[in-house]
Design a protein around this ligand. Structure first.
Ligand code: HEM
Length: 362
């Protein structure tokens, strides 16, 4: 609703959220720089699809979307199995306790992105800083810090320049450059923004999904038994985690004109918080919404958004997370959450993810 003193609108019912996200003409995605969203200040002057409207959005998205398509990612599943196994060999094998956030959930998308972007393993630490952000003094994570921005810019520029000197590469940057050179679809700054938004948007979120799904499974012994007996249940576990407590809870838009939603009129140029996390618990859409049920009909949850900005990285996120959990179930069939641990989250205006998840490997 619109309040007089706070000129924001908050949209949280399922049908209203869908309506807003599908109406990209009435609601702009151009980075509104609202209080609480400073974490994404990094994108203030760099054009990226997430914070663009048509026609720029479609032009930028077309460059990245084919290389992240479902079939391409499913074909890469054996490669992801290999890299998850390396992580389990490096950090899990022979240990009794392991933090599944640092030593699985973050490690999987970092290494997967290294592979997708063709970045050598020696640069994994740089990729970690780019993807997971930097801890601030108050313990929260941020992508914004002038020095950090500078080193990130240099790293990405170096990568893009390197790939420009090569040809025929199948990594994401080479594919984007090839598209760029064919049709001059995007300029250098946009190409830089593309790499930045993929890395920034794709690593932390996927990590939060992997740790979140493990947590939801392990805190429910019966569910854990069931999934241990049938690993194909990992896919519905991930979808229900995305609905129930996914990595991204809130999206932002700004009205371009006077609009009507949920029976209320919102004036033009009003910032709108679109709370997809609340919509996914709307009892009108999902009966018994607070019940975690991997067998419910949750196909149209909004954990990856909706409409033209629907997550372009949904396929890599789903495949990476599925493979990670399945390999854990196969190789470490008896694990539990360490006693005394309670969930603590890194959060920002957009969403949240577990800080740690200490597991005992039996
Ligand atoms: C579980 C993991 C992920 C979640 C929960 C997630 C969530 C989302 C959501 C909710 C949106 C919609 C944003 C909006 O409408 O304003 C979105 C868009 C986007 N995501 Fe993801 N994401 C995930 C993984 C990834 C990955 C792996 C990548 C990169 C490969 C990625 C890159 C993007 C980009 C570039 C957009 C903007 C798309 C556009 O504007 O057309 N995301 N994501």
């Amino acid at each position: 609703m619109v309040q007089r003193q706070i000129p924001w609108a908050v949209v949280s019912r399922y049908d209203d959220v869908v309506k807003v996200l599908r109406d990209h003409q009435g609601y702009s995605s151009v980075n509104p720089l609202l209080p609480g969203t400073e974490v994404y200040d990094a994108f203030h002057e760099i054009p990226v699809m997430t914070f663009s409207d048509e026609p720029d959005h479609a032009r930028l998205r077309r460059v990245a979307a084919p290389s992240l398509a479902v079939r391409r990612m499913e074909n890469m599943a054996p490669e992801f199995v290999h890299l998850v196994d390396e992580i389990l060999d490096d950090y899990w094998q022979g240990r009794r306790e392991v933090d599944a956030v640092a030593y699985l959930a973050q490690e999987v998308p970092i290494r997967a992105f290294g592979y997708l972007l063709g970045i050598p393993k020696s640069e994994n630490e740089t990729l970690r800083a780019l993807g997971v952000g930097k801890p601030r003094e108050d313990g929260a994570f941020t992508f914004y810090d002038p020095n950090f921005m500078q080193s990130r810019a240099e790293f990405i520029h170096k990568l893009v320049q390197m790939r420009k000197g090569e040809s025929g590469g199948q990594d994401l940057i080479s594919l984007a450059i090839a598209a760029h050179q064919r049709d001059e679809k995007i300029n250098d700054l946009e190409l830089f923004g593309m790499v930045m938004v993929l890395v920034t948007g794709g690593i932390g979120t996927t990590a939060d999904l992997i740790s979140g799904a493990l947590y939801q499974m392990l805190r429910r012994p019966e569910l854990y038994q069931e999934i241990r007996a049938d690993h194909s249940l990992v896919a519905p576990l991930l979808e229900e985690t995305l609905r129930y407590d996914g990595p991204i809870h809130t999206l932002f838009r700004v009205t371009t004109k006077e609009v009507e939603v949920g029976g209320l009129t919102i004036p033009g140029r009003t910032p709108v918080c679109v709370v997809n996390g609340a919509a996914d618990r709307d009892p009108r859409k999902f009966p018994n919404p607070d019940q975690f049920d991997i067998r419910r009909d949750n196909g149209d949850h909004l954990g990856f958004g909706e409409g033209i900005h629907f997550c372009v990285g949904a396929a890599p996120a789903r495949v990476e997370a599925r493979v990670a959990l399945q390999r854990v179930l196969e190789r470490f069939p008896r694990i539990r959450i360490a006693e005394g641990w309670t969930p603590k989250y890194n959060g920002n205006a957009f969403g949240r993810g577990l800080k740690t998840l200490p597991l005992i490997l039996e």
